[in-house]
Design a protein around this ligand. Sequence first.
Ligand SMILES: C[S@@+](CC[C@H](N)C(=O)[O-])C[C@H]1O[C@@H](n2cnc3c(N)ncnc32)[C@H](O)[C@@H]1O
Length: 226
Amino acid sequence: MRLRRKPEAKQKLMEHPLVFTPTEDNKGQMQGQWRSVFPHETHPLHVELGTGKGQFLAKASTLRPDINWIGVERIEEPLLQAVRKGEATENTNLRYVWADVENLTDIFATGEIDRIYLHFSDPWPKKRHAKRRLTYRRFLDLYEQVLAPAGDLILKTDSVSLFDFSLEEFQERGWEVIEISRDLHHSPYAAINITTEYEDKFSSRGMPIHYVRVTPPKERAVADEN
Ligand SMILES: C[S@@+](CC[C@H](N)C(=O)[O-])C[C@H]1O[C@@H](n2cnc3c(N)ncnc32)[C@H](O)[C@@H]1O
């Protein structure tokens, strides 16, 4: 018998009060408006791209009520799980966007985000798929647009090849490395670290977690390559 889970997940997400789903009809509607959906409009806005099943956001929104949190995820089923976790916290500083990171600049205004998190992004190990990696230079230029001038980006991954590639891309686009560790859980940054589902899985196998915090260039980069 064919399982029909996807349409059900879609419907639930479309109707869920914590989820914004960009469409052709509402394109640009939320740009510059995100803070106003939260009770504390002045709190910084932190956005996790590729939220998956949402463990990080559920924990982070509880531990850091002084921050407004948004998760962006393109696949319905993990997102629905994330939303259910978030809902269970009853935190009011938490929202989700059902969208592809490709469309980030249609969802957020220039300078609207204070911090971006990329947690265990798909490594796309084949060279011909390099442009799909979420730290490919074209994506960095999108992040640069939506980040506030004093904003930053945190990347965590188990993948050495994605980490090395990302460092090259950051350098290529003029981003500055502020903190870095190739073994986050045994570094000074471990004390305030909040783990994700993938992080727990990989670290339980003894794999070191790679971590970097970067800031965009002071001068805005020109998107010159796709
Ligand atoms: C390997 S999982 C990691 C999930 C979670 N961040 C964690 O650390 O447990 C990567 C997630 O990113 C999502 N993702 C990948 N590319 C994306 C894109 N372009 N836009 C939105 N989500 C994306 C995938 O659907 C998947 O849920």
